[in-house]
Write a new protein. Structure first.
Length: 135
C-alpha cells in the first residue's frame, strides 16, 4: 500500500517512465524511417526537405529529453527525499524479500574546504573469489 507523499511521487515517476518509453520508441521508429526511407524512394529527396526533417526530429528529441529529465527528477526525489532503495537479494538465487535489507552503514568525513560533512555509504558485501577460498 502506498501512502503519503512517497506514493504520489512514485505514481508520477511510473507514469513519466511509461511516457518516456513511448516517446523514445516513437522517436526510434521515426529515425529509422528517416534513415531507411530515402534509400527506398526512387528519387532523391531535396536537401532543404532533409534539413527541415532533421531539425524537426532534433526538436522532438529535445522534448523527449525533457520528459526523461522529469522522470529522473521524480526518481531522484524518491531516493533523496523519501529514502526509497531497491531491494537486492544477498545470494542472488531468489527474489528479494523485505528482510534482505541490510542496515545502512554510513561514514561521515569532514570536508577539507569548509564545515560541510560528506556522507558516503559503505559498499555492499564483498565478493568471494575462488582464489580467496582455502585449500
Amino acid at each position: 500500500m502506498r501512502t503519503g507523499g512517497v506514493g504520489a511521487v512514485l505514481e508520477r515517476h511510473e507514469d513519466h517512465a511509461e511516457t518516456t518509453l513511448t516517446v523514445f520508441v516513437v522517436l526510434t521508429i521515426v529515425f529509422a524511417v528517416m534513415a531507411i526511407g530515402p534509400v527506398l524512394l526512387p528519387k532523391p529527396i531535396k536537401r532543404p526537405l532533409v534539413v527541415a526533417a532533421l531539425v524537426r526530429f532534433h526538436l522532438l528529441y529535445i522534448a523527449g529529453t525533457v520528459v526523461l529529465a522529469n522522470t529522473a527528477h521524480h526518481g531522484g526525489r524518491l531516493v533523496h527525499e523519501f529514502g526509497v532503495t531497491a531491494m537486492i537479494p544477498i545470494g542472488g538465487d531468489r527474489p528479494a524479500r523485505p528482510d534482505d535489507r541490510r542496515p545502512s552503514r554510513r561514514v561521515a568525513r569532514s570536508n577539507p574546504v569548509g564545515s560541510l560533512a560528506i556522507v558516503t555509504g559503505v559498499p555492499g558485501p564483498s565478493v568471494t573469489r575462488d582464489t580467496d577460498k582455502p585449500g
